[in-house]
Structure formats: structure tokens, C-alpha cells
Write a new protein. Structure first.
Length: 403
């Protein structure tokens, strides 16, 4: 893997900046600000940018158009500005190169590397976690490094940045979606590597030594001092990245224990317990029953308070084994507004109504676990089919959790 570029990914607020600053302190490795290159590349027709008789003009236009509006005060920050480059610099670099995606990205990262007097460049953009297939397609030999952090700490941190989540639960669900998008890749890709933020803080020398071995570099003591490289990686001087320039602080590990209540942790473990176990994070709750969310887990964010009441009954939303079947069903929202009955015409909706009705009646008869979390308003219009289901479910209505 010597000299192949290195890519660092992870859910935002997982420690990607600290890890990058540690690697950038190596005498051979450089890393600049986040590029968001693959996210933007995925939005265009790549073939048009790589047309031979229009190279490098279209590629230059694309590179120079990349910006990232992530928070108030940083609207429209251009990638080339963050790297102190001009359009003519990009054009001059690409003019002597064949039309490829790797050359396009290198037109930004390689000049930065050479100015730093380094030999190998790193690209770090957390949300490239959802573009791993594209990275691997374009850079088949490159190491891809993922950093993991306890999702409860990630969620807390995401609620404290201006571009982050509006609630702890929403942040947890964001982490879950990003993690699910990358699971299969890291299970099967032999040029990828995962490390934990907590291990980097508690034992940086050993953690970085193992990582260096994987990427084919020798560990250097300088990697333990990010006071300078943390500032370079945080080129926009945003407040939430300043800790990357400070000594590694073990007190940042498991901060959630002091900051969230028992009900919030119970909700976190009920939704993410399998992932916590996979990554070696502690759990304090026991959930004897596996529950299914209907019509879709994607609606969970709307019903945080009520779901706290449900999980307090010992219900989780992940399987202990692949064969496990749900013992509990949780109906979310209004049958009409949330498309319980589908959208394929009245006959299909009638059939689905009878199917759901039968499930409810059976659950009532067998005392199978059944919950209904209705919407807080009733402005979805009248429907006889919806009315019937709500009548059947009324005795299973869940109240919001209160402390």
C-alpha cells in the first residue's frame, strides 16, 4: 500500500479530524481540509467530465465548483480556496494528465502535499462513508480507514454543532443510517481498517502503531503531537474542531454517562444495541423482546417520547440472532397519513385493511405485544378504513414517556 493515497471516513463527530491530524504529523503524510469530492462527483455525469477532447476544461470547472455549505458563516466556501489554489493551478496540473477521476482529486491534494514536503496524501471527508463503493472503484489499492466512536457520544456532539441534529434521538438515528450504509463494505473489503476513537485517546501510541503497520508506514513519535497539524486540518478554524489541536483527553470517553438520563440511554440501546455490541461498547439495559416498527423504522424520529415508553417495557428493535422473529409490533402514526394500506388503489387498500385487522385481532386474542403510537393531531382527513383500524387499536395506544 506504499504511496497509495489514504482515505479517512466516519460518522461526523467520531474523531476523524483528530485521527487525520495525528497522521498528518507523520513526516511522509499530508492532509488538507475536507474535499467532499466523492459526494459531489456522485451528483454529476462522470463520463461527460472525462471526455477526452474536452479535457481538462470540464474537469477544471467541476473542481472549481465544489463548495460545502455546512453551517452559518461558511456559506459557499470553495474547495480551491480552502487549499489555496486557483483555477489556473488546477488546469496546469491536469493538462499533462490522462482524463481520470484520481487525477481530478489529486489536482487538489497533490499540490498541497508537495508544498508540505510530504510523499503521500490523505483525503478526509466524514460523509464519504456513504460513497465507499465509488472510492474503491476509483482507488482500488488505497487504504480506507474508518474511525468509530460510541454513538451516544457522537449523538451528543451532533446536537452541539450548528449543522447538527435537533435532538439526541435524531442524532442516534443519523448515526444508525450512516453505519448501516457502510457495514457490508467494511466486512468484505480487505484494504479497509477500523479503529475506535476511544482507543486512540486511551492508548494513542499502540493504536497509531497498528494503523501505521496497516498502511505501510513506520510509526513516528511526532504523531502523538497534533498541536500544529490540528490547526492545518481545521483550516476554517471552526470551534468544534479545536480539540484536534489539543493533547489527547481521556475524559472525552463515555461522556454520555454524565449527560443523558436513563430513559435516553435505554432508547439508544433499544435501537443500537447490536451495533454497540459489535464495536465493543458497554450496555446497561436488558431487552427480552424483539419488536417490529410498522410501517417503517424511518418514522421513528417522530415518536421519541412514546418510544421511550415502549422500550421501557423491555422491547428492542434489533435481532439477537438472524432467525429471531418479532414478538411485539409497534404501529406508528395514522393509517392514512403514513400509508399503512399502501398506495395501489382502493381494492388493495381494502385487502391490506383486512390483513392488518386480522393481525390486531389475533394479537388481542393471544396477548401478543401490540402498541399504537398515534399522531398528535388528527388532521389527515376521514377514511372509513383508517377509522376502522384506529378503533381496533385504541386500547393499545401509547402515552408519551414522562419522568
Amino acid at each position: 500500500m506504499i504511496d497509495h493515497p489514504i482515505f479517512i471516513v466516519g460518522v461526523q463527530r467520531s474523531g476523524t479530524t483528530l485521527l487525520t491530524a495525528s497522521l498528518a504529523a507523520h513526516s511522509r503524510l499530508s492532509c488538507g481540509p475536507e474535499t467532499h469530492f466523492f459526494r459531489r462527483l456522485n451528483e454529476i455525469d462522470r463520463d461527460k467530465v472525462l471526455v477526452v477532447n474536452e479535457w481538462p476544461d470540464r474537469a477544471v470547472d467541476f473542481i472549481c465548483s465544489i463548495d460545502h455549505t455546512g453551517f452559518v458563516g461558511n456559506e459557499g466556501a470553495l474547495l480551491i480556496e480552502k487549499y489555496d489554489l486557483r483555477p489556473e493551478d488546477i488546469a496546469a496540473y491536469l493538462a499533462g494528465k490522462s482524463p481520470t477521476v484520481p487525477h481530478m482529486l489529486a489536482s487538489v491534494t497533490e499540490p498541497h502535499m508537495l508544498r508540505a514536503g510530504k510523499k503521500r496524501w490523505i483525503e478526509k471527508t466524514p460523509d464519504h462513508l456513504t460513497h465507499l463503493g465509488l472510492i474503491r472503484q476509483q482507488f482500488p489499492q488505497s487504504p480506507i480507514i474508518r474511525i468509530i466512536r460510541d454513538p451516544r457520544d457522537v449523538a451528543l456532539s451532533l446536537t452541539r454543532v450548528p449543522w447538527g441534529a435537533n435532538s439526541f434521538f435524531n442524532a442516534l438515528l443519523f448515526w444508525q443510517r450512516a453505519d448501516q450504509a457502510s457495514q457490508d463494505f467494511f466486512k468484505t473489503d480487505d484494504r479497509s481498517y477500523t479503529l475506535r476513537f476511544e482507543d486512540l485517546l486511551s492508548n494513542p501510541r499502540d493504536t497509531l502503531s497498528r494503523l501505521c503497520q496497516f498502511i505501510g508506514e513506520k510509526f513516528e513519535e511526532a504523531m502523538l503531537d497534533t498541536s500544529q497539524t490540528g490547526k492545518l486540518v481545521n483550516s476554517q478554524r471552526v470551534a468544534w474542531k479545536t480539540k484536534a489541536s489539543q493533547p489527547m483527553d481521556r475524559s472525552r470517553i463515555a461522556g454520555w454517562r454524565q449527560e443523558i438520563d436513563n430513559a435516553s440511554n435505554q432508547l439508544a440501546e433499544a435501537f443500537l444495541g447490536d451495533r454497540l455490541a459489535e464495536y465493543g461498547y458497554s450496555q446497561e439495559e436488558k431487552f427480552p423482546s424483539f419488536g417490529e416498527l410498522f410501517p417503517s423504522p424511518a418514522l421513528a424520529f417522530k415518536y421519541e417520547a412514546e418510544l421511550k415508553s415502549v422500550v421501557a417495557q423491555g422491547i428492542r428493535f434489533w435481532k439477537r440472532t438472524p432467525e429471531e422473529q418479532p414478538a411485539v409490533k409497534v404501529y406508528l402514526g395514522d393509517p392514512a397519513a403514513n400509508h399503512w394500506l399502501g398506495q395501489d388503489g382502493r381494492i388493495s387498500k381494502v385487502k391490506n385493511t383486512f390483513k392488518i385487522s386480522a393481525e390486531i385481532v389475533k394479537a388481542n386474542r393471544t396477548e401478543t405485544g401490540l402498541y399504537w403510537i398515534p399522531d398528535n393531531n388528527d388532521e389527515h382527513g376521514f377514511s372509513y378504513l383508517s377509522f376502522l383500524l384506529k378503533k381496533l387499536l385504541v386500547s393499545h395506544r401509547v402515552s408519551a414517556f414522562t419522568t
